[in-house]
Design a protein around this ligand. Structure first.
Ligand code: ATP
Ligand code: MG
Length: 210
């Protein structure tokens, strides 16, 4: 299965999700490869840090420009291919979506981020003209845990108007442990934070069973 994490927007938590999904699946004994298609190399740097630890190891491949064929080839060799894209409408995003089974679009619960979702839906629907079984999910990320802030409810209401993508029930909160994990080669499911662990487990469960 090819799971691509993509967005038109930078800094929404794509690499954080890609690395955490990869770490979770590898600790479950799945045969996976992480593809970093962003020259910024956040995921590749994370995988390098991980390679210097005693944690269960994974393959990480850097691949740029037209990544479609590489993703298809990798999906024949690995059970799961996790793809981290850069934060813009790139050739990697467009070509990756032609091969992907699932696209996860992280979105922060704020209006400038929400405004990019209709454009991403256009990108998804263009890919679906060729890759008609492409599933697309939006997940709220870096969401404040302070319940007096209404941005979460407002964002859910906004995204409900877009049936072409499924808004996940799982919400990724703003937690320091996500920053600690990506800086050290860990996944949050390998760290001492039950709330973050539950968020990643529940996200993976939702996308795998939908
Ligand atoms: N849930 C979270 N809680 C706290 N910090 C987070 C969370 N998700 C991401 N961050 C932090 O926010 C910053 C941006 O996250 P990340 O690099 O994952 O985003 P990105 O979408 O991949 O960015 P880019 O578009 O630049 O590739 C990083 O410093 C990361 O550690
Ligand atoms: Mg990134």
């Amino acid at each position: 299965m090819i799971i691509l994490i993509g967005s038109k927007k930078g800094g929404v938590g794509k690499s954080t999700l890609a690395t955490n999904i990869a770490a979770f699946l590898i600790t479950k004994g799945k045969d996976i490869v992480l593809v970093d298609s962003d020259r910024q190399s956040t995921s590749a740097n994370w995988a390098h840090d991980r390679s210097e630890s005693n944690l269960p190891q994974l393959e990480c491949v850097r691949q740029y420009d037209n990544i479609r064929k590489t993703l298809i080839d990798l999906s024949r060799r690995y059970e799961h291919v996790i793809v981290d894209c850069q934060g813009r409408d790139s050739i990697e995003l467009r070509t990756g979506l032609l091969a992907a089974d699932i696209c996860i679009i992280p979105c922060k619960p704020s209006q400038p981020d929400l405004d990019t979702i209709p454009i991403m839906i256009g990108v998804i629907n263009t890919a679906r003209e060729i890759n008609e079984n492409l599933k697309a999910f939006c997940v709220l990320t870096m969401t404040p845990t302070n319940h007096t802030i209404t941005e979460k409810a407002d964002s859910i209401a906004y995204l409900d108007d877009y049936p072409d993508i499924k808004l996940l029930n799982t919400i990724i909160s703003e937690r320091k442990v996500y920053r600690d994990a990506i800086a050290t080669g860990y996944g949050v499911t390998e760290m001492d934070n039950d709330k973050a662990k539950l968020e990643i487990e529940s996200l993976i469960m939702e996308i795998m069973t939908w």
